[in-house]
Design a protein around this ligand. Structure first.
Ligand code: HPA
Length: 235
């Protein structure tokens, strides 16, 4: 058992999908994996291992935000030997050309979090990026499945609610597609401990227009994204 995951060594596959919401982890395991078994319920942050196309895959909730996602990422890699982590999450779109339910692969993650500034003593603005092989495979798989997927940079923000929405416009001017709350930490920790990481997102709300998806719509597009993630995990 690690501090936050109630699994024995060997219970978790080398390839893990990571939704923020633990009930999404349960839904993914029950909907897509063969012989899925729950290996942890610590703090309600559910984790499952099963098989996708005959290959062992796990699904582990990460919680919301970089402090929580960092804990699960760190323990999965260092305590359970996980080599491939694919976050499957939702995001708010920042650019006008994105629509609700669009799927995004995050090539890199800017952040307003202090975590990396502390890591590098305030001397370096580290640029957290996706693993190239995972990104390339995800793009190929989306194309083969006929799902259009945008590839580009995102913002991993500490706060969901902000007093400075004007900064979102500036970030959009600089090509940042969307905002979520985990990927800068995921990419940094994966790099640090020699694992591969990628984030796939579906647009659940639009920051510019204020539009939001219904929960039913979210479920449907979430499924397409999860299928890309599962195929990428075993590619
Ligand atoms: N902000 C931050 N994270 C998010 C959002 C958002 O608007 N939507 C989904 N995840």
């Amino acid at each position: 058992m690690s501090i936050h995951i109630g699994a024995e060594p060997g219970d978790i596959a080398e390839r893990v999908l990571m939704p923020g919401d633990p009930l999404r982890a349960k839904w993914i395991a029950e909907t897509y994996l063969d012989d899925a078994k729950c290996y942890t319920q610590v703090r309600g942050m559910l984790g499952y291992t099963g098989r996708w196309q005959g290959v062992e895959v796990s699904v582990q909730g990460s919680g919301m935000g970089m402090p929580s996602a960092s804990i699960y990422t760190h323990e999965l890699i260092n305590d359970y030997g996980v080599k491939t982590l694919i976050r499957v999450g939702s995001c708010g779109a920042l650019t006008e050309d994105l629509q609700l339910r669009d799927v995004i692969a995050a090539s890199g993650a800017s952040t307003d979090s202090y975590m990396n500034r502390a890591r590098f003593d305030g001397l370096i603005d580290y640029a957290p990026v996706a693993d190239f092989s995972l990104l390339r495979n995800a793009v190929d798989i989306a194309e083969r499945r006929g799902i259009s997927m945008r590839v580009g940079p995102i913002l991993a923000a500490d706060a969901f609610y902000t007093d400075r929405p004007d900064l979102f416009d500036t970030l959009a001017d600089y090509g940042v597609l969307a905002v979520e709350m985990e990927s800068a930490a995921l990419y940094t920790i994966a790099m640090r401990f020699k694992a591969r990481a990628l984030t796939l997102l579906t647009v659940s709300d639009h920051i510019k227009t204020g539009e939001k998806t219904t929960s039913q719509e979210r479920e449907q597009t979430f499924g397409q994204m999860v299928e890309i993630a599962l195929d990428t995990a075993i590619a």
